[in-house]
Write a protein that binds this ligand. Structure first.
Ligand code: UDX
Length: 435
């Protein structure tokens, strides 16, 4: 099928490349000329495992352009995969979705189905359909379908090619049949529903996962208070298939492009309809506090952070990505710098992007070990393999004072027990043989 995809971020680009892998002819549209030039050469603008290889493999079915009019003119299906960032009040900003909708209305010369993949507030698909229909330049039939994505960064290609489910929210048969044709060769279960339910499935899923993380983090904090071990507790809970053993990893809170934004957006929408989501509100509050958990721990050991040398291991919001959106590292580094600490940081892929946030303020190391040299304190924000591979010996031999605050529970507590060290992690016993 002839398909156009608007937006080449995580959602748009991965969708476009995976559709090409399934034999469709795909034109990916973006406003950013530099990005488009890169992609034309087969270079992926995002760090995502397997994506560059798949792009190169399917290059003959992939076109990249800034010329939206030619891309949309005779497409059978147009996917909208642009961002819906949060506004100051927490609601979703739909300006990019509507910009694309307007361009579609002005350009299409053939009947087509417009598919909203971006995460949008419930009811948006109805509005986008009305908007496109009332702005059409040519006399054509346009239907809008909701087809939310559930990909996670780092596993985006696998999550798209072998999705846990393909949700198709369609208003009529033509629309549903077109989407079924698009996904005919995909092996995932398909759920056909109305558009509002499809939009709701996306928010309900993401917010439930965020809630699960905040829940386990609260349990972890309490485990510290009462002397239990969160890993055993989570393992014990996970045997119950009603709970499941995934997304029970305690840490310094969730970041990324979805959970923070989607929790706030649904909370905002609930309030708009005078129906507050109290559970989601709690998930957000717990997460905001959790992000500062290591700093609170640090102040137990050093009343003032001024003049300290701090090693920071991991900057990205999770391993496998260079994405820094809502990464716990950002707020922590800001406070550390304000308090007068100097920072040596390590991240295998996100250092350059981080430097743009705090230009020239941090020293970046090529190896995790180097960041530890001479440090008074170490913060671990991301559980990269390179960080997990460090040994207690690395910390003890390189740091001036081996105080390790591990926000991702990278090592076993026991491995530090025979050392002169502070090893303080999340929801587990602290090893303190220093003070
Ligand atoms: C998430 C959803 O997984 C995906 O389905 C949705 O489409 C987009 O949002 P993503 O943000 O890429 O994907 O990453 P994910 O792996 O879900 O992790 C999100 C955050 O939660 C990370 O900061 C991670 O460290 C944290 N997390 C995850 C935990 O703290 N504990 C866990 O058990 C799982």
């Amino acid at each position: 099928m002839k398909i156009a995809v608007a937006g080449t971020g995580y959602v748009g680009l991965v969708t476009g490349v995976c559709l090409a892998e399934h034999g469709h002819l795909v034109t990916c549209v973006d406003v950013d000329e530099k990005k488009v030039e890169l992609m034309k050469k087969g270079v992926s603008p995002i760090y995502e495992e397997g994506l560059p290889e798949l792009m190169v493999k399917n290059m003959e079915r992939l076109t990249f352009t800034t010329d939206y009019a030619s891309a949309y003119r005779d497409a059978e299906v147009i996917f909208i995969g642009v961002g819906t960032p949060e506004k100051v009040d927490g609601s979703a900003n739909l300006k990019y979705v509507y910009t694309v909708a307007k361009q579609i209305a002005q350009s299409v010369e053939k009947d087509c189905v417009v598919v909203v993949k971006s995460t949008v507030p419930i009811g948006t698909n109805d509005k986008v359909e009305d908007f496109i229909r009332s702005n059409l330049v040519h006399s054509v039939n346009i239907d809008v379908a909701s087809n939310p994505e559930f990909l996670a960064q780092g596993t985006a290609v696998r999550d798209t090619l072998h999705a846990s489910r393909i949700v198709i929210g369609a208003g009529n048969n033509r629309c549903r049949e077109t989407l079924e044709k698009v996904y005919k060769t995909f092996d995932s279960p398909k759920l056909i529903t109305d558009r509002r339910s499809a939009e709701m499935i996306k928010y309900a899923s993401n917010d439930f996962l965020a809630l699960k993380i905040s829940y386990i983090n609260e349990i972890a904090n309490f485990c510290e208070t009462i002397g239990a071990n969160i890993e055993d507790v989570a393992a014990g809970m996970g045997f119950d298939s009603r709970i499941g053993n995934k997304f029970l990893k305690a840490g310094i809170g969730y970041g990324g492009s979805c959970f923070p934004k989607d929790t706030k957006a649904l909370h905002w929408l609930g309030n708009y309809y005078d129906q507050e989501f109290k559970t989601i509100k709690a998930a957000i509050e717990v997460n905001d506090n959790q992000k500062l958990k290591l700093l609170k721990k640090a102040r137990q050991y050093y009343p003032s952070l001024e003049g300290l040398q701090v090693a920071v291991l991991g900057l990205a919001f999770k391993p496998g990505t260079n994405d820094l959106r809502e990464a716990p590292s950002i707020v922590n580094v800001g406070i550390l710098l304000d308090d007068g600490a100097s920072i040596r940081a390590y991240d295998p892929v996100a250092a350059k992007a981080f430097d743009a946030l705090y230009p020239g303020k941090l020293t970046y190391c090529d190896q995790a070990k180097e960041a530890l040299n001479g440090a008074d304190l170490c913060f671990i924000f991301t559980e990269w393999d390179e960080v997990r591979a460090l040994t207690p010996e690395d910390f003890c031999s390189r740091m001036k004072t081996p105080i390790i605050l591990d926000g991702r529970n990278c090592y076993s507590v026991e491995s530090f027990e025979a050392r002169k060290v502070v090893y303080d992690s999340i929801g587990r016993k602290t090893v303190n043989t220093l003070f």
